[in-house]
Ligand binder design. Sequence first.
Ligand SMILES: *[C@@H]1O[C@H](CO)[C@@H](O)[C@H](O)[C@H]1NC(C)=O
Ligand SMILES: *[C@@H]1O[C@H](CO)[C@@H](O)[C@H](O)[C@H]1NC(C)=O
Ligand SMILES: *[C@@H]1O[C@H](CO)[C@@H](O)[C@H](O)[C@H]1NC(C)=O
Length: 568
Amino acid sequence: MLLLGLFFLFCNIKHTVLAEFDVSGFSNCLDGEPNYRYQVFAEENVFFQCNLPFHEPLQIYNKSFFNENKTQWFLQKPDRSIEEIDISKNFKISNIGRALWFSPVEMRHSGTYLCRTENMCMQIRIHVQPKENCTKYGPSSHYFTTDIKGSISCPSLNCQQGRNISNLRWYKTANFEDVQSPNRFSLAIINDIVHFNVIYTEDAGTYICDYLLYIDGKEWIVRATTEVDVGVQDTQSPPEILGPSNGTEIKAELGKPLNLTCRILFRFERYFNPLITWTLLYPNSKEERFGRGDLCTTHFEGNDCFFTITLNKVTMNDFKATFYCHAQNSVGNASTMVKLSRKERDFVFLVYVLCATVLLLLLLLAGSGMVYLNWIEIVLFYRNYLSNDETIGDDKEFDAFISYATHNSEFSEETRENYCKSYDEEQFATQMLPNVLENNYNYKLCILERDILPGGAYVEDIAKIIKRSRRAIFILSQRYITGPSLFELQAAITCSVEKEDPLKLILIKFSSFKEPESIPHVVKKALKTLPMVSWKGDVDGKFAQNTQFWNRVRYYMPVKKSKNNGKI
Ligand SMILES: *[C@@H]1O[C@H](CO)[C@@H](O)[C@H](O)[C@H]1NC(C)=O
Ligand SMILES: *[C@@H]1O[C@H](CO)[C@@H](O)[C@H](O)[C@H]1NC(C)=O
Ligand SMILES: *[C@@H]1O[C@H](CO)[C@@H](O)[C@H](O)[C@H]1NC(C)=O
């Protein structure tokens, strides 16, 4: 109904349509009455469009650059000459879309304006009233917070009391919403007042109200604008200290610089004026350092502020001090307290390194000790699995020649007393040795009595027999050292120093003995230098329990694959 009325009202307003964009056509606008008369109040932001008023808002406030280039504005001087308005020289005037904006408009802007587009021209009369002529001029800007109610009224309307005004109409520049006939519940116009039932951020923008006033029979459009700003509601809470938390101990190093940073969240406040303080409270003095809002970055929750102070050199006094960070907004305040404590990291680190080193050394020691103790076992183990059989292809008949004191050897006085032992020693050589080495480990032994000549052999023969063996085992005892068998040892020593294929000797100390003065020098020396395996075992067949002894013997024996591979 309203729109229809407006249409009829304005279709009889004169406007000249230019056929061509030329001066002659332009002169048509100069003649006669202006197409429109506008009345505005000084110091307000207003605009006038080179278009029909009460047009579709989309078209009136179209800010397209495309339109700007096609719209020219002129001012008619008192002598009726016209002059194009130089926008670049007039910072209060701007050309947006098809409209000429004054921000703000001043008394001196009153006058007759001409505008032309690609297909028409218009004469517009503008009359600027002093603000004093309207003492009840309403607010030209509003600030609303979201989610509340709000309303705006046409600011100049208060000044028209008693006058006959008509056809009040609202427009909005931003997002081209049709305020006059809104299609949502939250917006309504009642008695020319715009009511927001709920305010949304999208409601922000420039609202324009136009109405008609007849003065001396002439129709004037009274125009006023009002700005609507929409923001988040001011916070109801004091600032929140995000760090450090109250009572924190900050590690510091003596003599080093230290930064203390306080991080605070100030929730939204329209007039944001935060105060941040670091108070350094020493036993005998106090120092305050102030920070302000420029330390903050704004984000959706509000303002995130960091205030850092620097202690150039941490002193012992600083460790006795208490540091307070205090933050304040218009609602209230918050504070946090921190203290410094000596940094012990370096010392702790050193202790760690030391412990680790000691541990490593101990492990190494233990490892080498294990290797040392079990060397023989390790070697045997290795031989068992990895070594080549060294007995193959060396033209030897026996793995070991066994030399021991036979009981039919002549007895000396001392050995006679040890008769029992002397019997054992022969038993050991002729029974136990072959039992273990031959049966278990596949060695071939040479026992004179058994393998060569029962009853004895010549000296020269024995040397030959020894040479046919890879090793020579000597069962040493007092009787052996003093008896005739010693020559076998002497012969073997001779073989052992030969350059080619030297014989290796294995000395088994079967029982303790004392070397007599008379024994040959080479034998004496050999007894001192050659390794000796001591027999501590029982002769009653419990040899298996003395694995250590047998392992040592095997260690000196040639590498040979045994029948029971793997058994150490
Ligand atoms: C603004 O004007 C341009 C150029 O005439 C046109 O293309 C565009 O559609 C207009 N925008 C609106 C929202 O009407
Ligand atoms: C201000 O108002 C008075 C009284 O209505 C009027 O006479 C005068 O012309 C006005 N001033 C302007 C500049 O319009
Ligand atoms: C901080 O707020 C408390 C009450 O919340 C008030 O008593 C105190 O004076 C305030 N401190 C400062 C420094 O403003």
